[in-house]
Design a protein around this ligand. Structure first.
Ligand code: URP
Ligand code: ZN
Ligand code: ZN
Length: 473
C-alpha cells in the first residue's frame, strides 16, 4: 500500500475541524499537517485530492445482524454482501451479534459466528454476544468471551420463548458483567405485557402489519428501560439500551445519566426518519416491521430523539440492520411474506447498514440539528469508545487505523433500491433526496470505494478483539 497523502481537505473529528493534509503509511495515519508545509506528495505512492471535501473517520455501526436466523428464516445480507454495502455507505467497522440460542453454549455460538464471518468481510468487524440462555455455564463462558474480545452482552426483555430473559436472569448476568468489566446491552420492551396485547389484537382479527406498531406501546419500552436501569444499578453494571425509539425510554435514560449513572443509549435512522404511518397501507407495512416499532410522529418521539442526540442524552446512531426481503430471497426463500394474514409471523427487522451515514448527515448536519463534530461523535468516535476500540478506530489521529471517508457536503442522491448494495429488494427511504454523500472510502489505508466502484475483496476486513468500554464514569 505504501504512503498515501490526502491533501487539502477539511479534516473533521469529534472535537476539531481543520484544513489539513493527512499522511498514511501502510494501514496507519502517521501525520497531519497544514496543507503544503511538508513535501509529502513528492515521495507518495498515492495522492488523493480532497479539496472541497470533508475528511471524516470511517463510520462505525455497532448494531448489525448479518445472516441472523430469526423468525423462521435468515436476515438477507451475508457478512460478504452486508459488509460491502456498509463500505458503500462510508462505514468501515461493524459490530455484529453472535448468538447463543436456548440450550446452546455461548462459546459455540461465538465460534459459529466467527466462522460465518471469516474471509468474507469487506471491512473490520467485531462481535457482541446475545446471551439467550443465562445459566451457570453461560456465566462462566462470559469470562472466556471477554478474552476473545467480546466485551458486551445483549439481553432481551422482549421475545418470550425466543431470546427473553427473566428479571432474575438479567440480574445474574448483570452481576457477572459488573465483575468482569463487561457492558450489558439491553433490548428493552416488556415482552410479557406485549404478548397479552398481541393475543387480544389477533382475537379481534387485527392481523395487518400496522397492529405490530399499535400493540408494542411506547410506554412498555419506557417501563422496560426504567426496570433495566434499576437492575443495572443493583448489580453495579454499565447499561447500554439498544435501538431506542420512545420518548418515555429516553426520559428514563436522561434521568439516570443526570444522576451520574453509567447508562447509555443508541437510536437508529429508521426511528428518526420514519413513523407509524409507514406501517399502514396493508401488507406493504411489513417492510417497516421491527421491534421496537416505528412510533406515532404526533406523539413527539422523533424530535425528542434528535434532540437527545444533540445534547448527549443519546450517544450513538447504529442501524440494527436486519433485512428481510418482501419477495423470495434467492437462498433463504420466503421472508416477510411469512406473515401474510398474521403480523406476528413477519420476521422482525429492517435494512439500513448502507444509508446510515448519509441519512444522519442529511437529517442532522444539513438540516441544522447536529454540528459536524457531533455528527462524527455519534457515528464514529463514541461508538469506538463505547465498545473498546478507540483510538485505533473512530478518529483521525497519529497512530489510528487509516479508516477514512472523503465526503462531498454538497453531493446529492436519491435513495432507492435501484442504487443500493444491500441484498434486499426494497429501500425504506425510496425516493428520499439527500444532501451530503460518500465519495471515497479508505479502509486501513486501502481505497475500497472510489469513482462509483468497489475496489476491495472479501476478506479485507479483520476481526477486532475489543477492549472494555472507554466511556464509563
Ligand atoms: O426487529 C429487530 N430489531 N430485529 C433484530 C433483532 C433485534 O431485536 O435487534
Ligand atoms: Zn433487539
Ligand atoms: Zn438488533
Amino acid at each position: 500500500m505504501g504512503r498515501t497523502v490526502i491533501s487539502g481537505g477539511t479534516v473533521v473529528t469529534a472535537t476539531e475541524t481543520m484544513t489539513a493534509d493527512v499522511l498514511i503509511d501502510g494501514s496507519t495515519v502517521v501525520a497531519l499537517a497544514a496543507p503544503g508545509i511538508h513535501s509529502w506528495t513528492e515521495g507518495a505512492d498515492k495522492v488523493i485530492d480532497a479539496t472541497g471535501k470533508l475528511v471524516l473517520p470511517g463510520g462505525i455501526d455497532v448494531h448489525t445482524h448479518m445472516e441472523l436466523p430469526f423468525g423462521g428464516t435468515y436476515s438477507a445480507d451475508t457478512f460478504e454482501t452486508g459488509s460491502r454495502a456498509a463500505a458503500w455507505g462510508g462505514t468501515t467497522t461493524i459490530i455484529d451479534f453472535a448468538v447463543q440460542a436456548k440450550g446452546q453454549s455461548a462459546m459455540d455460538g461465538f465460534e459459529a459466528w466467527m466462522k460465518k464471518a471469516e474471509g468474507k468481510c469487506a471491512i473490520d468487524y467485531a462481535f457482541h454476544m446475545i446471551t439467550g440462555d443465562i445459566n451457570d455455564q453461560t456465566l462462566k463462558e462470559m469470562d472466556m468471551l471477554m478474552d476473545e474480545g467480546v466485551t458486551s452482552f445483549k439481553l432481551f426483555m422482549a421475545y418470550p420463548g425466543v431470546f427473553y430473559s427473566t428479571d432474575g436472569d438479567i440480574l445474574r448476568a448483570m452481576q457477572k458483567a459488573a465483575d468482569i468489566g463487561a457492558m450489558v446491552a439491553m433490548h428493552a420492551e416488556n415482552g410479557i405485557a406485549i404478548d397479552v396485547l398481541v393475543e387480544q389484537a389477533l382475537a379481534r382479527g387485527e392481523t395487518d402489519p400496522i397492529y405490530h406498531g399499535i400493540v408494542r406501546r411506547s410506554i412498555l419500552e419506557g417501563e422496560a428501560t426504567s426496570r433495566a436501569i434499576a437492575l443495572a444499578e443493583v448489580a453495579g453494571a454499565p447499561l447500554y439500551i439498544v435501538h431506542m425509539t420512545a420518548k418515555e425510554a429516553l426520559d428514563a435514560v436522561t434521568a439516570a445519566r443526570d444522576l451520574g449513572k453509567n447508562v447509555f443509549a443508541e437510536t437508529c435512522p429508521q426511528y428518526l426518519f420514519l413513523d407509524l404511518d409507514n406501517m399502514g397501507n396493508g401488507f406493504e407495512g411489513a417492510k417497516y416491521i421491527a421491534s421496537p416499532p416505528l412510533r406515532d410522529r404526533a406523539e413527539g418521539h422523533q424530535e425528542r430523539l434528535w434532540k437527545g442526540l444533540a445534547t448527549n442524552d443519546l450517544q450513538i446512531v447504529s442501524t440494527d440492520h436486519c433485512p428481510f426481503c418482501m419477495g423470495d430471497h434467492p437462498t433463504f426463500g420466503t421472508q416477510k411474506q411469512l406473515g401474510v394474514g398474521d403480523f406476528t409471523k413477519i420476521p422482525n427487522g429492517m435494512p439500513g447498514v448502507e444509508p446510515r451515514m448519509e441519512l444522519i448527515y442529511h437529517g442532522g448536519v444539513s438540516a441544522g440539528r447536529l454540528s459536524l463534530n457531533r455528527f462524527v461523535d455519534v457515528m464514529c468516535t463514541t461508538p469506538a469508545k463505547m465498545f473498546g476500540m478507540f483510538p485505533k478506530k473512530g478518529t483521525i489521529a497519529i497512530g489510528s487505523d487509516a479508516d477514512i471517508v472523503l465526503w462531498d457536503p454538497t453531493g446529492t442522491k436519491t435513495m432507492s433500491v435501484d442504487n443500493h448494495h444491500m441484498a434486499v429488494d426494497y429501500s425504506c427511504y425510496e425516493g428520499l433526496e439527500i444532501t451530503g454523500t460518500v465519495e471515497t472510502v479508505i479502509s486501513k489505508g486501502q481505497v475500497i470505494i472510489a469513482d462509483g466502484e468497489y475496489h476491495g475483496v472479501a476478506g479485507d476486513g479483520e476481526y477486532i478483539k475489543r477492549g472494555t468500554s472507554q466511556t464509563l464514569i
